[in-house]
Design a protein around this ligand. Structure first.
Ligand code: XMP
Length: 520
């Protein structure tokens, strides 16, 4: 293991869906941290890694399961502060002599309120300005007796030991999740924790850039890299970063799979050529993709088919360039967490994001994904750090499988044509009203149903379209954008008047969760 160049905090992952949010919150505080699955954290690992503090993540297991995930007991002898979150608190209590009980009737999911004990805890500086604090809980089991030396500093209705600490050893345990936005003062808790641990906060996007560049150089050596770009900010940032690391050894490929938005192919090629001196190969593969998608309507099958074809196309191009051994992609952390567990742990698959779950098992190219630990807003910060044009960095995300996942059910060329027109009118409206930069992502989708309408004096039987616009910080959670009624009715009128094939317009009011941003 290399000698650390930054003070570092170790996050031990026990399989929570939101472990990466812990890292995110810490990075907001300029703390360098890394997540390792609990299986990798051995005694030797701990001795070599020398963390300045440790956080135990949450996780879906129960401490009483036969193979319940555990850290090595020696972790408690390192003399560094430890914060256990949810399952992390339970396993800490269990290993140090406390008792954890199964949740029968006391499970808590979602918003809860914690009350402070008489005695105040430095970890909670800035908390309890009101009598109670809003936190976000997600637990079945709970601690029912604390380990020797611990004291209670906060309780909730169903978690009598919601906040516990053993001050002399600086061990802290919380039953709720301070890493999610719904825990109102979660960031303050992390801030206090790293202050207690003595961090000075020396981690910045500039530091990330340098670390990523040297990691790319080490991984690639003198081989060549092919980078798939989509015109979105992720793949462009990945390409520019890799170019900075290895220069001429990089070639970019842009595939028109027939699932792009109106005018997008020309825009992307022009934008890339104007802004960068990186060789770009533009391939037209509409027929290949659209023929392969014929008859497919299941969302996962569609996603995997597209992912598979992308790889075939990349492989064919790579075979034509001497020395290409790597395929680079702008995969982000949320793409991974919803496709496979980042840590190899037991978190559930929500969707196979095309650049992750769609990869065929046997691929001759090795993957480079320099953004796989970042969230969208961090990629934008990295884009700014790398000097990408502002208009480019601010583009709304566009998914790799493109319009295929905005056209639920079977895709046809006709449906795609209608959808492209509706989307173009919608985005035009958003721009005209000066709303583009206030919205995290907006798009039209074509619903797989026809309804009856009346236009002029005639009956219509056409498609219904759905408009989606969300606000979000990182794509992990999202809320619908509160357009004015005037905006919505003006847009609906424009779409039904200007787009042949649509006679009904709906606006999607679903947040994420329970919905996802895309329809499939
Ligand atoms: P969901 O629909 O999962 O989307 O809430 C979260 C964000 O990810 C984008 N997305 C993708 N991006 N490949 C990508 O590059 C994909 O397969 C993919 N699926 C969803 C989506 O547009 C949103 O910004």
């Amino acid at each position: 293991m290399n000698a650390p160049t930054h003070e570092r905090l170790l996050i031990i992952d026990f399989g929570s869906q939101v472990t990466q949010l812990i890292a995110r919150r810490l990075r907001e505080l300029n703390i360098y941290c890394e997540i390792f699955p609990f299986q990798k954290v051995t005694v030797t690992f701990l001795q070599e890694y020398r963390p300045k503090a440790i956080i135990f993540s949450g996780g879906p297991a129960s401490v009483y399961e036969d193979d319940a995930p555990k850290p090595p007991p020696e972790v408690f002898d390192l003399k560094v502060p430890i914060l256990g979150i949810c399952y992390g608190q339970q396993i800490m209590m269990h290993m140090l002599g406390g008792i954890v009980e199964r949740g029968r009737g006391t499970a808590e999911f979602g918003r809860a309120y914690v009350k402070s004990s008489e005695e105040r805890l430095t970890l909670l500086d800035g908390w309890f300005d009101e009598t109670r604090e809003q936190v976000w809980m997600s637990h079945g089991d709970h601690v029912s007796a604390i380990a020797p030396g611990f004291r209670v500093y906060g309780t909730s209705e169903h978690a009598p030991f919601a906040i516990t600490a053993e001050i002399s050893r600086q061990f802290y345990g919380v039953q709720f999740h301070p890493e999610v936005h719904h825990t109102r003062n979660g960031l303050k808790l992390f801030k206090n924790f790293v202050r207690i641990a003595g961090f000075c906060g020396d981690w910045t996007m500039r530091a990330y850039r340098q670390k990523a560049i040297s990691a790319i150089r080490d991984q690639v050596g003198n081989k060549k890299v092919l980078c798939g770009i989509s015109g979105g900010v992720d793949s462009s940032v990945a390409a520019v970063l890799i170019h900075e690391a290895i220069g001429e050894q990089l070639t970019c490929v842009f595939v028109d799979h027939g699932l792009l938005r109106k005018g997008e192919a020309d825009e992307v090629v022009a934008m890339f050529k104007e802004n960068y001196k990186i060789p770009l190969i533009y391939v037209q593969e509409k027929e290949l993709f659209l023929n392969a998608l014929k008859g497919l309507s299941d969302p996962e099958i569609k996603r995997k088919a597209i992912g598979g074809l992308f790889i075939d196309v990349f492989q064919k191009i790579a075979d034509g360039i001497d020395g290409v051994e790597f395929l680079a992609q702008g995969t982000l952390y949320p793409d991974i967490i919803e496709s496979v567990s980042f840590s190899g742990g037991p978190s559930a698959t929500i969707k196979s994001h095309h650049n992750v779950g769609g990869l065929p098992e046997k691929m001759n190219l090795k993957l480079i994904e320099p953004l796989r630990e970042l969230f969208k807003d961090e990629v934008r910060a990295l884009g700014n750090e790398l000097g990408l044009p502002k208009s480019f960095v601010g583009r709304h995300p566009f998914p790799g499988p493109g319009l295929a996942i905005r056209c639920p059910g079977e895709i046809t060329r006709k449906k795609l044509e209608i959808l492209r027109e509706a989307d173009a009118v919608y985005i035009d409206q958003i721009r005209k009203h000066g709303l583009y930069d206030k919205i995290w992502q907006a798009f039209a989708a074509l619903l797989p149903m026809k309804t009856v309408g009346v236009m002029g004096d005639g009956r219509t039987y056409d498609y219904a379209c759905l408009l989606r616009a969300v606000t979000s910080v990182d794509g992990m959670t999202a809320d619908y954008y509160p357009f004015s009624h005037e905006f919505l009715s003006e847009t609906a009128t424009r779409i039904t008047n200007e787009v042949k094939g649509i006679n009904r317009v709906t606006y999607d009011l679903t947040s994420k969760p329970p919905g996802t941003i895309e329809l499939e």
